[in-house]
Design a protein around this ligand. Structure first.
Ligand SMILES: [Zn+2]
Length: 307
C-alpha cells in the first residue's frame, strides 16, 4: 500500500494507492501555508485515517511544489513558508514512524508518465508542466537524473527570450527568480495572458484566449503564435540536448489539445533531429501526476538499490 501527498501552495492532496496503482482513498484540503504545527497535524491525520482504515502502515511519498537541498534535506520553496528551510522528509519520518520520501512535483509527474502514463516503456522522458509558469522533470530508465543541488529540469529559468519578445513587439519582465528573460514569465498560462495583454491592452484569462483562437479570433491567434514561438524555441533546445522519446505535458494548459499539437509541430520543425511521431503530447496524468508519482517513489528507490 502506498500513501502519497501532493503538496502545493494552495492545496494538499492525499491518496492511498494499491499495488496496481489504483486509488483507494483520496482527500484534499487547503495548505496551512504559514502554520507548521497545523501542517504536521494535517498530514498526520490523513496517515492515521489510512492506517486505521486499511489496517496497514503504508509507505509515504511526497510530491512537493519546490525542491529539497540534498545535503541538509531542507525544503526550497517560495510559496509554503511553514516548511521552507525545514527538513521535511527526516522530520516527518520521525513523526510518522516510517521512511518518508520527498521529490519535486514536476519530477513526480514525469515518473508517473514514465511508469503508467503517456511515456510507458520510454527510456528518456522529459515531462513538462505548462501551468501558471513552466516546470519540468526528467526520468531516464525509470530513475531521476542529477541531484547535486535539488534543482533540476527547470527549463523555464536561465533562458534569455528577450530577443524573441522584442521581435514580437513585447516588453521583457523580471522573473520571480530575479533574472530577466526567463521563459517562465511567458511559457505558462500567466505568460499567454501577458502576451495577449501586451498586444491588445486587454485582460483575458488563458482559457478564453485559447477558445477565441479556436473560433478564429485574430488577436488571440496572434497571441497563440507568439506563445508557441517562445515555448517551442526553448523546448527544441531541450530536445537537442536530451533526445527524449516523448514530452508529456501536465498543468492547466495540458487540456488544450490543439495548443499542444501546435507546440509539437513547431518543436519538431526546429529540433536538429528528425522526429516522425509527435513528441510533445498531453500527459495521461496531467491532473494528478504529482500524486501518482509520489506513490511510486518508494518503488523507484527500491529498484535503484537492486541495480
Ligand atoms: Zn526565472
Amino acid at each position: 500500500m502506498n500513501y502519497a501527498f501532493d503538496i502545493g501552495g494552495s492545496k494538499i492532496e492525499f491518496g492511498v494507492f494499491d499495488a496496481n496503482g489504483d486509488v483507494l482513498l483520496r482527500r484534499k484540503v487547503s495548505t496551512p501555508r504559514d502554520d507548521r504545527a497545523c501542517f504536521i497535524t494535517t498530514l498526520s491525520g490523513f496517515v492515521q485515517e489510512a492506517d486505521a482504515g486499511f489496517s496497514v502502515q503504508g509507505d509515504i511519498g511526497i510530491s512537493l511544489a519546490g525542491g529539497v537541498d540534498p545535503k541538509t534535506g531542507a525544503v526550497i520553496s517560495a510559496n509554503i513558508p511553514a516548511i521552507t528551510g525545514w527538513p521535511l522528509a527526516t522530520e516527518l519520518s520521525d513523526i510518522l514512524g516510517r521512511t518518508v520520501l520527498v521529490e519535486n512535483d514536476a519530477d513526480c509527474f514525469a515518473l508517473a508518465e514514465a511508469t503508467s502514463g503517456a511515456a510507458v516503456n520510454a527510456d528518456t522522458v522529459f515531462a513538462i508542466i505548462l501551468g501558471t509558469g513552466v516546470g519540468g522533470g526528467i526520468v531516464f530508465d525509470g530513475q531521476f537524473v542529477g541531484g547535486k543541488s535539488g534543482i533540476r529540469g527547470e527549463w523555464g529559468h536561465g533562458n534569455d527570450v528577450t530577443g524573441t519578445l522584442v521581435r514580437h513587439g513585447l516588453s521583457p519582465v523580471t522573473c520571480g527568480c530575479g533574472r530577466t528573460g526567463c521563459l517562465d514569465s511567458w511559457g505558462g498560462a500567466r505568460g499567454l495572458e501577458r502576451i495577449y495583454d501586451q498586444i491588445t491592452h486587454q485582460v483575458l484569462d488563458s482559457k478564453s484566449i485559447t477558445a477565441a483562437w479556436c473560433s478564429g479570433n485574430e488577436a488571440a491567434s496572434k497571441a497563440i503564435d507568439i506563445y508557441c514561438d517562445l515555448v517551442a524555441r526553448e523546448l527544441a533546445l531541450m530536445v537537442n540536448v536530451l533526445d527524449p522519446n516523448c514530452i508529456p505535458v501536465g498543468g492547466g494548459l495540458a487540456s488544450e489539445k490543439a495548443l499542444i499539437a501546435k507546440i509539437d509541430d513547431r518543436v519538431r520543425k526546429q529540433a536538429l533531429g528528425r522526429y516522425d511521431a509527435p513528441l510533445v503530447i498531453p500527459g495521461a496524468h496531467a491532473d494528478d501526476g504529482g500524486l501518482r508519482g509520489a506513490a511510486l517513489l518508494h518503488r523507484m528507490v527500491a529498484r535503484a538499490r537492486l541495480e
